[in-house]
Design a protein around this ligand. Structure first.
Ligand code: ADP
Length: 397
């Protein structure tokens, strides 16, 4: 069976077509600026030249139509007809408390995705648009929702509850959910394979360090804690998000800077983090370059970044009462050699010892721990699309 994996943002559609007989990728691509002038599709068929198509498209349905057209195109397509697509897997950011696993999409599932609009206003509406566009174009096959929150649903209440009046949880489901679940799931399972131990017997700390960043602590095959919370704003320092701050800062800056609620939301999500602190960029490479050239704020941003990560490592190892491995993944985790070194420095008391020579690696699955390190330190490139495709295949076949 061939499975199409779709990830819809407010103005973008990312896709990947996989052949599940051998889990090979047949094509992938990105349609950007959907609904805004300058729509552009970058289509990468495996074994053929990349194609770029510029064509303004008003909405996700027209966008998906173009994606299907290029997939069956006689020249740069990879299948003969749309009938070869056996199922579609959709990345959905928020499943609330309803879904701890992936599900075949029906009206009830769509209703839950809709009910989460309030708590995931940037993500769930375009995710649902993508689902409805695909269902309209491919009505006779199964569509599966794979939720970013699902893997974290095993967290115990002592870690997902905030110390706020209980009625906030009862009335509005204000609690910690966690995100990047599909990535934490994939890399933690790969890590267990590399350890050669049953997953249920591993104590794992996963570090998904991309533009958005989160960590998870995994024990007995379950997530017991994760750093993102009610929204993806909590936890680590990110490209443009502040991560953990004293909540009193929110009303302080609203007053001082005369900001509305949506403006303060934008301030903390888009103007803070590494960008806000360094004043240089949200991209770690730019910040490292600036720091190397003597920019003190850039150096400070890097120091704050890795110190926050270290504090979560300590937190999670304390909760796990031990640790078999750390797993670095996503843009910074897979490529940030200096960042990995700084994060792991001076953690030998916890049995964490990185080998600087082995650590000189980018984007490959390797163990970068010193031979005598008690805790293994893996770099594992994430593969969220593969998890989505596998779940979709299992539920559709
Ligand atoms: P997203 O959350 O957008 O999917 P990615 O996982 O692609 O993000 O990660 C993007 C981040 O990865 C950027 O901040 C970038 O600085 C960082 N990154 C990519 N390559 C390198 C590198 N060679 N060294 C350090 N950081 C890198």
């Amino acid at each position: 069976m061939k499975v199409l994996v779709v990830n819809c943002g407010s103005s973008s559609i990312k896709y990947q077509l996989l052949d599940m007989t051998d889990e090979s990728v047949l094509a992938k691509g990105l349609l950007d600026r959907v609904g805004i002038p300058g729509t552009v599709l970058k289509h990468e068929p495996v074994g053929k030249d990349e194609v770029v198509i510029k064509k303004d498209l008003p909405d996700h349905t027209e966008g998906m139509k173009l994606v299907l057209e290029v997939l069956v195109h006689p020249e740069y397509g990879v299948i003969k007809s749309m009938d070869e697509i056996g199922a579609v897997g959709h990345r959905v950011v928020h499943g609330g408390e309803a879904f701890a696993y992936s599900v075949v999409i029906d009206d009830r599932v769509k209703q839950v995705i809709r009910e989460c609009f309030d708590i995931a206003p940037l993500h769930n509406p375009p995710n649902l648009m993508g689902i409805e566009a695909c269902q309209a174009l491919m009505p006779n096959i199964k569509h599966v929702a794979v939720f970013d929150t699902a893997f974290h649903q095993t967290m115990p209440a002592k870690n997902y509850m905030y110390a706020l009046p209980y009625e906030l949880y009862e009335k509005y489901k204000v609690r910690r959910y966690g995100f990047h679940g599909t990535s934490h799931f994939y890399v933690s399972h790969r890590a267990a394979d590399l350890l050669g131990k049953p997953y249920e017997q591993c104590k794992i700390v996963t570090l998904h360090l991309g533009n958005g960043a989160s960590m998870a602590a995994i024990m007995d095959g379950k997530v017991i804690d994760t750093s993102m919370g009610f929204t993806p704003l909590e936890g680590l320092v990110m490209g443009t998000r502040c991560g953990d701050i004293d909540p009193a800062i929110v009303f302080f800056i609203m007053e001082k800077l005369n900001l509305s609620t949506s403006e303060v939301n934008n301030y903390l999500n888009k103007k803070s983090g590494m960008l806000g602190l360094s004043g240089v960029s949200n991209d770690l490479r730019d910040i490292q370059e600036a720091a190397a050239a003597g920019n003190e704020k850039a150096q400070l941003a890097l120091d704050v970044y890795y110190t926050r990560v270290k504090s979560y490592i300590g937190n999670y190892i304390a909760q796990l009462n031990g640790c078999d491995c750390l797993v670095f993944t996503a843009g910074v985790g897979e490529n940030g050699i200096d960042m990995r070194e700084n994060i792991c420095k001076n953690l030998d008391y916890l049995g964490i010892k990185l080998d600087p020579e082995k650590n000189k690696v980018r984007g490959k699955e390797v163990d970068v721990a010193a031979d005598d390190s008690k805790v293994r330190i893996f770099v594992i490139p994430t593969n969220e699309e593969l998890v989505i495709a596998r779940d979709t295949y299992q539920l559709a076949k």
